[in-house]
Design a protein. Structure first.
Lengths: 345, 345
C-alpha cells in the first residue's frame, strides 16, 4: 500500500506523516540549506551566515505527565530537548521563543516555576528569551518552543554522510531515562532500588543535560564527523535514521553500549533486560555520531578535555538498512531498520 | 491587590500573566533589542543585522472552530496572524517553522489542506518553510507557528513613541472579521444578508490579508511612523496598547472609523451597533499607527501606490491612559484604557 492510499494518521504513522508533509511543502528554496528531515533546519540568514532553527512541542499525557513532573524541571526539559537538537548539528543556540497552551485551572505557581526552570537553563547556555505566546488551552497543557542559533557555514553535522567502516560512538550512558520513567510509573514500588539510584535515574528522565559543550568542542576540532543525531527515540531507532539517510547499515555490539552503575544495579536486582533498555530506551539526549576509525584517538582527547565520556558501540556497514546485533558467542541478530517509536500508532 | 497576591490565572488575566512572565524572564540581554511586550521581538543576529521574530499559538475552540473553518483557510490564517505581527513592526518575513498538536482522529486530508493553505501564503510572500514538529495531542488540535524575518536596524516600528497631536490612522475597514464570526455563529440564519455579503465577511474572518506590502512601503518611505500595532484585539484595545506604551491618551471619532459596505448593510438591516463592531471587533489584522500630522499627506501618496486605503480616525493626546470618543453633537465618552479582551477571564 502506498502512502497515498492510506487515509488515517494511525495507518500512516508519525514518520509517514513527516514524509508526506515534506513532499508537499518542499519546493526549491534558495534560503534553506537543510530542511525537514534532520534534527534542525539550517538556512542562509545572509550571504555569509547560516542560522540553525529547531522547534519542539510537548503535550501533557504524551511527552510528560504534569502530575509527576516538577514544573521547574519541565521548564528545563522543554528547552533541553531543543538544545540537544541544536547540539546534534554542531550549532550554538542563541535565542528562544516559547508558547504555552494553558488550562484555566493551572495554578500560577506552576507557571512561575516552569519559567524559572526555563530561565535557569537559558542562563547556563547564555540564551536570550525573545518572547512567546500564552494562550488558553481548555483541554490540556502543552509547550511549543523554537530555538534559533548559529552554525558555521563550513562545519555542521547531519544524519547523512556516514560511510561503511566508520566508527559509531555515543556520549554518556544509555537507558537511564527510560528506566527513570519506569520508576515513576512504578507506583506500588515493585522495583527494588536505593533512594539515591531512584533519584539519579528519575533526574535523567526529568532533567536531561543537552551535550552542547561537547558538540561545540567537536565542531571546533578537526575530527571528521560524518554524521550525528541526538538520541531521543532510542539508540536503535536513531541509528536507523543515520543509516537511512546515509544509505548504509550498522553492526552494533549490545554489550559495548555504555550504561550507568544505577541502571546496572536495577537491572540485576529486578530481572530487567539491560540490553533492551540501552538499545531502545528513549530520551537520553546523548549524542550518537560516526567518524572515520582513524579519528577515534583524536576524538578521545577531546572527550577528556570536556569531561564527557564517549564509547564506540559499533561500526557502519555497506549493508543498507540492516542493523546487525553482534553479541560475543551468539549468532548475530539481524534487524531491518524500522521507523521505531511512533506517537500516532 | 498587587499581582503578587493574585493566585489564579483568571484573577490575573492574560495581560497580567504576560507582565508577570516578562518581569521574571527579562534580564539584561545584549542581544535582545526589543523583547516581550510588542508585536514581535527584535534581536541582534550579528553586528550589523537585526532579526525579527514572532510566535503565535491557536487552539481549536478558542481561536478557531475546526467544524466551521475550512482547513486550507486555517492553514493560511495561522500564518497570516504572524505575518501581520511582522508587518506591524515594519519587518520582512523570511522563514517559518510550524508545530501541530494533532488528535489521532483527525483525517489526513485535513492536514493536506491545512499545509496546502500554509504553503500558498508562503509562496505569496516568498517565505521558506524550514521545518516543524507534529505531535499527538489527544485532547484537541492546535497550531504553534514561529516566523523569523529581517528588519532594518535604523527603521522599525514599535508601540511606544506616539506623541500628543500625532494622527491616528488605520488601514482597510474594521469590524468585518467580528461580523463574519457572528454570521458563522448564526446557525438559525436570523441575520438578514445577501449570500455575497455573507461570503465576503466570513472570508474576512477566515482568510485575513496581512498588510505586508503596505508596511514595507511605509518602512521604505520617509514618513515618520511614531508607533504601530496590528489590530488583532480590536481598535479600542490595540490603541490602548499604543497609549499605554507611549504614555499618552487618544481622541477617537467613532464615525470616522472606516467600515465596509457589507458591514454597513448588515448593521442597517439587522439593528446591529456599527460603532461597537468597528471599535471593539477583533481579528481584522489591519494596521493601526500614528504619524506627525504634517506627514499625513505624504502617507496618502503611498497608500495610492500600494492600493491600500488608510483613514485617519483620531489623534493622540497628552491625557495619559484616557480614550475619549468624540461623536459629533454628542458629549464625549471618556473611557479608561483597559487591557481588553482576555482569554483567561
Amino acid at each position: 500500500m502506498t502512502s497515498e492510499r492510506k487515509t488515517s494518521l494511525s495507518q500512516l504513522g508519525e514518520f509517514g506523516l513527516i514524509d508526506r508533509i515534506s513532499q508537499r511543502l518542499q519546493g526549491k528554496s534558495a534560503v534553506i540549506v537543510k530542511g525537514i528531515g534532520d534534527d534542525c533546519a539550517i538556512y542562509r540568514a545572509s550571504k555569509d551566515r547560516y542560522q540553525i532553527i529547531t522547534t519542539d512541542a510537548l503535550v501533557d499525557g504524551v511527552h510528560f505527565h504534569l502530575a509527576s513532573h516538577p514544573p521547574r524541571l519541565l521548564g528545563r526539559k522543554s528547552l533541553a530537548v531543543s538544545l540537544s537538537d541544536i547540539s546534534a548539528m554542531g550549532g550554538t543556540p542563541r535565542t528562544v521563543v516559547i508558547s504555552l497552551g494553558i488550562p484555566k485551572s493551572l495554578p500560577l505557581t506552576f507557571l512561575d516555576h516552569f519559567y524559572e526552570g526555563l530561565h535557569s537553563l537559558c542562563k547556563e547556555f547564555n540564551i536570550s528569551i525573545a518572547g512567546g505566546d500564552t494562550v488558553q488551552s481548555p483541554k490540556g497543557f502543552w509547550v511549543s518552543l523554537t530555538v534559533i542559533g548559529e552554525v558555521r557555514k563550513d562545519r555542521f553535522f547531519t544524519r547523512a554522510g556516514a560511510k561503511a567502516g566508520h566508527a559509531i560512538l555515543v556520549t554518556g550512558t544509555l537507558g537511564d531515562s527510560a528506566l527513570g520513567l519506569k520508576l515513576l510509573s512504578d507506583s506500588s514500588n515493585n522495583l527494588k532500588t536505593s533512594k539515591a539510584n531512584r533519584r539519579t535515574l528519575i533526574a535523567r528522565h526529568q532533567n536531561p543535560t543537552p551535550r552542547i559543550a561537547f558538540a561545540k568542542a567537536l565542531a571546533r576540532s578537526s575530527v571528521r564527523v560524518s554524521s550525528m543525531i541526538d538520541i531521543s527515540d532510542g539508540l536503535e531507532q536513531d541509528l536507523g535514521h543515520i543509516c537511512q539517510q546515509s544509505g548504509k547499515g550498522a553492526d552494533l555490539d549490545p554489550d559495548s553500549i555504555p550504561t550507568s552503575k544505577e541502571l546496572n544495579y536495577l537491572c540485576k536486582n529486578n530481572d530487567l533486560n539491560q540490553t533492551s533498555l540501552s538499545l531502545t530506551g528513549g530520551e537520553d539526549y546523548e549524542l550518537l555520531f560516526t567518524t572515520p576509525a582513524e579519528d577515534v584517538k583524536k576524538l578521545m582527547k577531546i572527550t577528556l578535555k570536556v569531561g564527557v565520556s564517549v564509547t564506540q558501540v559499533g561500526k557502519m556497514t555497506s549493508d543498507q538498512s540492516t542493523l546487525r546485533l553482534l553479541k560475543a558467542n551468539e549468532s548475530p541478530q539481524i534487524r531491518k531498520i524500522t521507523s521505531g517509536f511512533d506517537h500516532f500508532r
